[in-house]
Write a protein that binds this ligand. Structure first.
Ligand code: UDP
Length: 357
């Protein structure tokens, strides 16, 4: 059996690392061919993840990144189709909601290669987000849909996806958090390197188009952060950096901007923060895994259960609203609720795929 995995962006490297490991350890003789679209290409957004997370070297690197959504997606469909025709895999395996996910799913569906989608059923119900369109389309052309949560499963059923295609396995990012937490503690020295004190700083990440490409929202967020009483550390996504420069916006003095960090450093930054403010899907969940309270700088979230249990708060992009939230004294959140499965999602995915269920 041959599985072609298509990845392209940072969160997909984290997710794929766990499933690739499970496939390799399944002793089923399955061959995995990794195709990297090139969507994220900077070394600190791509190569560092392959190195640290021990992801097998991609057999193909398509080098498609830096264009508009439509341009990238179109070029990816064309290139992925060529690779799939050559490799003729039993399955295409895709993750999440990026342009690489969509392009691979479309390419495979046109040549009748069955598709497995990991992190299926997530919805923000905001069609202005490119990610929302990507995940809806991918779910509706997929043959196996691996959901992380009960609400994701319920959503797919509501959309008419046959129940036998859906496997609720839990969240592969939870598997990754459990697997890499100790390794990060041993290997990362980021807290010292950046000169941070445990539980005495706020961690910020921001990269969603709705925030980065909107000068007004970005200005409000920067202004809200400026009233933080605690130092703020912000590993800045290249898109955000580019927009700040384009809009001529300055980061307030209390904020320490650093380059995007590798996954192990990110774990340590997350675990030791007293609060995380983010618009990242993955970071919202990781905050919960490490019991750190989280503010989500968006109007809605796909990870609704975190808001429902009070681990996460949606915060309007208004300076005074964010400033007030930053001033609140929050203790650690409990992560004892089993919201994302028991940490064996990757193994379950592997056994469904190699078992052909
Ligand atoms: N991440 C990282 N370094 C950073 C920022 C994020 O390793 O500087 C990791 C983070 O821990 C999580 C993943 O990247 O595992 C989330 O990716 P991102 O926020 O880019 O995408 P999203 O989850 O919103 O799709």
């Amino acid at each position: 059996m041959k599985i072609a995995t298509v990845v392209g962006a940072r969160p997909q490297f984290v997710k794929a690392s766990m499933v690739s490991r499970a496939l390799a350890e399944s002793n089923s003789g399955v061959e995995e061919v990794i195709i990297h679209t090139g969507q994220h290409y900077d070394a600190n957004m791509s190569q560092v993840f392959f190195d640290e997370l021990e992801i097998p070297h991609p057999k193909y690197n398509l080098g498609i990144g830096g264009g508009s959504h439509g341009e990238n997606t179109g070029r990816m469909i064309e290139s992925i189709e060529k690779v799939l025709l050559k490799e003729r895999p039993t399955w295409l395996l895709v993750y999440g909601d990026t342009d690489s996910t969509l392009a691979a799913a479309i390419a495979a569906s046109k040549i009748s290669i069955p598709i497995a989608h990991v992190e299926a059923g997530l919805r923000s119900f905001n069609r202005l987000m490119p990610e929302e369109v990507n995940r809806v389309v991918t779910d509706h052309v997929a043959d196996i849909l691996f959901t992380p949560t009960t609400s994701a499963t319920a959503q797919l059923v509501k959309e008419g996806i046959p129940a036998q295609k859906i496997h609720q396995v839990g969240d592969v990012m939870h598997d990754a958090a459990l697997h890499f937490a100790m390794i990060a503690k041993e290997k990362s020295d980021i807290i010292c390197e950046v000169g941070l004190q445990e539980k005495k700083y706020i961690l910020v990440t921001l990269h969603r188009q709705e925030n980065t490409d909107n000068c007004e929202r970005l200005t409000e967020i920067l202004s809200g952060l400026s009233s933080s009483q605690l130092p703020v550390v912000w590993p800045m996504h290249p898109r955000t950096q580019a927009r700040l420069e384009q809009f001529g916006l300055q980061v307030p003095d209390i904020v320490r901007v650093i380059k995007p960090v590798g996954y192990l450093d990110m774990i340590m930054l997350e675990k030791n923060a007293c609060l995380i403010a983010t618009d990242s899907g993955g970071v919202q969940k990781e905050a919960f895994f490490y019991s750190v309270p989280c503010l989500t700088l968006r109007d809605e979230t796909e990870w609704v259960e975190l808001v429902n249990v009070g681990a996460n708060r949606l915060v309007e992009a208004k300076a005074e609203v964010l400033a007030a939230e930053l001033r609140l004294n929050r203790g650690p959140v409990s992560n004892r609720l089993n919201l994302y499965g028991g940490g064996a999602a990757s193994v379950e995915i592997s056994s469904v795929m190699v078992g052909g269920h």
